[in-house]
Design a protein around this ligand. Structure first.
Ligand SMILES: [Zn+2]
Length: 119
């Protein structure tokens, strides 16, 4: 039986990396992506070793980092009060996108409803 996609490596031969992703209902999942090609490889189960791998690269200051980086990149963080997204679409760096994904619900609570619809 072939290894599931999230268990890596990616079809391109790149290593799969794991990051926490927070959803609009505050639930967290472990997002698996290819380090080389950036492909989304699905969600890994919340057990060893994936939890530890995601914890290792998580930022303890993700919310403030996201706010500062957005300012640097001239990207707007928009929110409907439950989730946050970067605007304009495609302008944010991968690092900023990751920080926002990591704490989307928490950031939404901080920013509040800025109007507009999620993209
Ligand atoms: Zn790949």
């Amino acid at each position: 039986m072939p290894a599931p996609c999230w268990a890596g490596p990616c079809g391109c031969g790149g290593q799969v990396v794991y990051h926490w992703q927070q959803f609009r209902d505050a639930r967290r999942m472990i997002r698996a992506t290819c380090e080389r090609c950036g492909r989304f490889c699905g969600y890994a189960p919340q057990r060893s070793p994936y939890v530890a791998l995601a914890d290792k690269v998580a930022s303890p200051t993700a919310t403030i980092d996201a706010l500062l980086l957005a300012e640097d990149e001239h990207v707007e963080l928009r929110s409907d009060g439950h989730a946050v997204w970067c605007w304009p679409w495609g302008k944010a760096s991968e690092r900023l996108e990751q920080l926002v994904r990591e704490k989307a619900h928490l950031l939404a609570g901080l920013i509040g409803d800025t109007g507009g619809q999620p993209v």
